[in-house]
Design a protein around this ligand. Structure first.
Ligand code: BQF
Length: 294
């Protein structure tokens, strides 16, 4: 079994981006600038946004955090997005999810200029990705593809079973794994809550991507010997014995499943850090695309 070390690979990617930024500075060019909009004070969201801003600082990007109260109206958020769309100093920005109940997520994501949509959530970018056109790939699926690539995990001709059909992970990774590319060229099954006999499917899988959010869901008896296992789950499980009051659990029963797996991602330190690295990669791409347009 080989561990797919997302922490290590994400650090490499950040170092590569930092080297590019250093060259931009040397040439006297503008460095990439990422903005993040956070509405409210959800604990996990604060952590995620914080690590995005810190990563920007580490690699030499400019960053701006727009922190709005949880009482922000949809109209106020749309106005802020309009400002960010118009602001030529900003190369890319993200709206941290989830949003408070009074705000329609779909409406908000559609207001982001697709050329600044470094999360790749706008329908234009989703469609462009599905059609093999230049786009921004959503960071988590993009991170999974990059991890498979850098470890040389063979996907061509393999059967990939994806558990979960979310717009952010399951759906897009099903598209990327089936793309005519390397990594890619996999035969994909997209399983979800209405799937019958999931175990029969996962037992046939050469690659399993679990993006469900149910701690320890994928057990060893559901996995074929030699399968590659990608765990996208990150659930905070209450635990009084920990300093923080919780621990982070993946979807995979890691201890037992790792005995059978050829490759497996840990949680934490697997897919999560790759998500951050690919957001930064998309922001670098946004800067380069904006420069070549003007
Ligand atoms: C790690 C996210 C669900 C909903 C909204 C490193 C992250 C997570 C884990 C991280 C995520 C998940 C992010 C680890 C960003 C990934 O060491 O295992 C980093 O910061 N993520 C997000 O911004 O919004 C989410 C998951």
């Amino acid at each position: 079994m080989e561990l797919l070390d997302g922490k290590k690979v994400s650090d490499q990617i950040k170092d590569e981006i930092a080297a590019e930024v250093a060259q931009m500075v040397q040439r006297g060019e503008k460095v990439p600038h990422l903005a993040a909009v956070l509405v409210g004070n959800d604990g996990a969201s604060l952590t995620y946004v914080g690590s995005k801003v810190r990563s920007c600082e580490r690699i030499g990007f400019e960053s701006t955090l727009v922190h709005l109260p949880d009482t922000t109206s949809e109209e106020e958020l749309l106005e802020k997005i309009h400002e960010l769309n118009m602001d030529d100093s900003i190369d890319g920005f993200i709206i941290q999810l989830p949003l408070p109940k009074q705000i329609d997520e779909q409406k908000v994501l559609m207001a982001v200029d697709p050329d600044k949509d470094v999360d790749g959530f706008h329908p234009t970018n989703f469609g462009r990705m599905a059609l093999d056109m230049e786009s921004f790939n959503p960071a988590t699926p993009y991170g999974i593809m990059e991890l498979l690539k850098r470890y040389g995990v063979v996907t061509e001709g393999k059967h990939a079973v994806i558990i979960g059909r979310s717009h952010i992970v399951g759906r897009p990774i099903s598209i990327l794994l089936s793309q005519k590319a390397n990594p890619g060229n996999a035969t994909v099954t997209l399983a979800h809550s209405r799937t019958k006999d999931l175990k029969a499917l996962t037992l046939q899988a050469d690659i399993i991507v679990s993006a469900l959010g149910v701690p320890h869901f994928l057990k060893a008896d559901m996995v074929k010997e030699g399968a590659a296992i990608i765990d996208v789950g990150i659930t905070r499980v209450p635990d009084d014995s920990r300093e923080r009051g919780y621990y982070i659990a993946g979807d995979v029963d890691f201890k037992a499943v790792s005995q059978k797996a050829s490759y497996i991602t840990p949680v934490p330190g697997g897919v999560g850090p790759m998500t951050i690295a690919m957001l930064l990669k998309n922001t670098l791409l946004a800067r380069e695309r904006h420069r070549s347009k003007k």
